[in-house]
Structures are given as C-alpha cells and as structure tokens.
Design a protein around this ligand. Structure first.
Ligand code: SAH
Length: 353
C-alpha cells in the first residue's frame, strides 16, 4: 500500500485518518502541531506520542523532505534566493525579500509551467508536475528556519501557475492559515495568475480572502494572444469580468501585473487603451520592466519610458506603481536559477523528446 504524505493533509483530513486508525480525534491536533508548528522531520521526534503510535504512523505515512540545494544572498539588498531540492530530485525556487512591513516570501507552485507565456523563463521546458501541499509548506518553513525570521506575507508568484494546481494550493493555504499551524492569514497572501477564469470563479464561490494578482501584460487581445496563449481561451473582457465579480463578492481589490516590453506593449496608445479597459475597477497596476530572458529576445524600455507610462496611467485615473527590483544580482526573477541549475546537467523532465 502506498504511504500517505501526512504533511499534505489539512486538519479535517488528518482527523479522518486518525479516526480510521482507531485513535481519538484529538491526536490529529497533536500530530498537526508537531508537523506545522515545531516542524519536525521525523515521527521519532513527536515525543508526547507513545513509541507504539509513532511506529504505527511511520508504517502508514511519511514526512516529505525538502532540502536547500543552493542559497544566494544579494549583496545589493539582502534578498535571498533559495533553490530547493525535492525528494524526486526536481528543483524549485523561492525568494525571501525584506519590505518595510516585514519579510515576504515568493514561492513556486509547480515544477515548471504549461501556460507558455512567451516572456517567461519558467515555462520554457513545460510542466514537469504539480507541487504537493507539503512541498509548498516546506518552501515556507525552510525559509523561516534558515533565516530565523517570521514570514509575514506570501506571494504565489514563483515557478508555476497556482490555479492550474488548484486543490493542492487550496489545501496548502488552509494548512498555512490554521491556528494549529503557522496561522498566516489568507489576507497576507497574494496569488498571481495568468488568468484561469473558471478557477477565479471557484475562488469567488469560496469567498476567498486572498489578494488576486492578475498577469495582464497587454491592453488588447491582439497583443495578449501573441504573448500569452491562455488569452485564446479566456479573452481580456471575460477575464476582467471575472475580476470584477471577484471584487464584488469578496471585497478584495484585484491588482494587475503589467510587464513592459520595449516596442510591444509600452507605447502611449497602450497606456490609454489599458486605462480605458480598467476604468471603474478601483484597479491597481504593477508595472514591471520586463526581465530579459536569453531565449525570449524581449527587451525592456528605458527607465524614462516606464515612468512616462506610469504617469499617463495616473493622469487617466489608474493607480500604478513601478515594481521595486530586488535581488537583481542573484537571478531573483522567477525560473532563472532553476534553469541555470538544470543546464549544468541532463534534463529531468519526463516525457521530453
Ligand atoms: N503563473 C502565475 C504566477 C507565476 S509568474 C502568473 O502568470 O501570474 C509571476 C509573474 O512574473 C507573472 O506576472 C508573470 O507574468 C511575470 N513574469 C514572467 N516572466 C517575466 C519576465 N521575463 N519579466 C517580467 N515579468 C515576468
């Protein structure tokens, strides 16, 4: 029988397992605290459980290990980039950044990505597999243990499309916000998506308290179709309607990511078109000078052109900020470190020609 990944179980799921094993329900709370507060890496360390119970658990379940394979610290601003190695040898990345209000961690949700955005390094090799809740939790726990700092906020903006790994991401967030766990409120979590509309409606239905961050990157369907294949399934109007409905149902303001690519989407007419589309949405736009990725050939415009784009949006009533760049000396942009690491050895992608 296949062993159970115990750290991926939400508290209700763990309670069910414990009861199926003929144990009282309160044992689940005890085990859950060992896993998610004390963050032990073996059953042997769960010292208030009997030896017999620990053995029984070890026979039926396993605790998924994740190790720090590489750690880069920016000399410019102290940003830390972690390359984690998973039990099957795959690697993912997370970035720990210091903001005035505390530490923010950016984590990956899949090994690779299948969304195919033309400017993005994470999707170049396709998707290998989804991350489990335990693996996403361990990205957070390991960064906390290593830095000795409390992680105050989380962004799901690393490798992968979080809404393409929906149930695992939902379980991960439930465990993370559990009072018997790290107790990190979902209000301190931002989820970045390329715009999977059906899943945005699922979040709406669940009355999610997440901050939704939508990667828009284009003012019209013609440009977006070229850079983001997902737009052919969910065009901009459909996506923006889902965002408006999310805001109405949850009261959570949606923000939009817009990577400025020189000559592609950064002209004054694009700013005007974007402003018109976002009118009346109380939207916030995050402008990002595109990170040049060798394989994509896309270039960023001058600092001046970014500022002009921002000012034009502001004059048209759209609140926009330019993303502060952190860790630019350590390949902190998503997918870059994993790719560099991969290029040094044979690819571990499954099913690749
Ligand atoms: N799949 C999710 C989250 C991961 S990507 C999403 O699409 O939102 C995180 C963010 O980085 C997204 O906004 C993505 O569009 C952006 N991004 C990817 N490659 C980039 C690049 N080369 N320069 C700037 N932003 C990039």
């Amino acid at each position: 029988m296949e062993k159970i990944d115990i750290k991926s179980l939400t508290l209700p799921k763990l309670e069910k397992l414990v009861q199926e094993m003929g144990l009282p329900k309160y044992r689940a709370g005890q085990i859950f605290r060992w896993l998610h507060q004390k963050q032990v890496l073996s059953f042997a360390e769960m010292s208030d459980l009997s030896g017999e119970l620990r053995e029984k658990l070890a026979g039926k379940c396993y605790i998924n290990p994740v190790s720090i394979k590489k750690k880069l610290v920016s000399a410019l601003d102290g940003t830390v980039k972690y390359l984690y190695e998973l039990a099957d040898g795959n690697c993912i990345e997370a970035v720990l950044m210091e903001y005035h209000h505390g530490m923010a961690l950016c984590i990956s949700t899949q090994v690779g990505c299948r969304m195919g955005c033309k400017f993005c390094a994470s999707t170049l090799g396709g998707k290998v597999r989804d991350l489990t809740p335990a693996e996403m939790l361990e990205e957070v726990y390991a960064a906390g243990r290593d830095s000795g700092k409390r992680i105050g906020s989380l962004v799901l903006m690393g490798i992968g499309e979080p809404l393409d790994n929906f149930e695992n991401v939902m379980d991960f967030l439930e465990i993370l916000s559990c009072p018997q766990g790290l107790n990190l409120s979902q209000r301190h979590v931002s989820l970045s998506t390329c715009g999977l509309v059906d899943q945005i409606y699922q979040l709406t239905k669940r009355k999610s308290q997440l901050t939704l961050s939508v990667s828009l990157h284009a003012p019209n369907d013609a440009i977006r179709n070229r850079s983001m294949p997902v737009n052919r399934k969910y065009p901009i109007d459909t996506l923006l309607k889902a965002c408006r409905d999310y805001f109405t149902a949850t009261g959570r303001r949606v923000s939009f990511e817009y990577a400025l690519i020189a000559g592609v989407n950064d002209k004054p007419e694009h700013a005007k078109e974007l402003a018109k589309r976002l009118q009346g949405m109380n939207a916030h736009v995050n402008l990002i000078p595109v990170n040049p990725v060798q394989e994509t050939g896309m270039k960023r415009g001058s600092r001046e052109s970014v500022r002009r784009f921002q000012e034009l949006l502001a004059s048209l009533g759209i609140n926009a900020t330019v993303r502060r760049e952190l860790g630019s000396d350590i390949s902190a942009a998503c997918g870059q470190l994993r790719r560099q690491d991969q290029q040094g050895r044979p690819s571990i992608l499954e099913g690749q020609k």
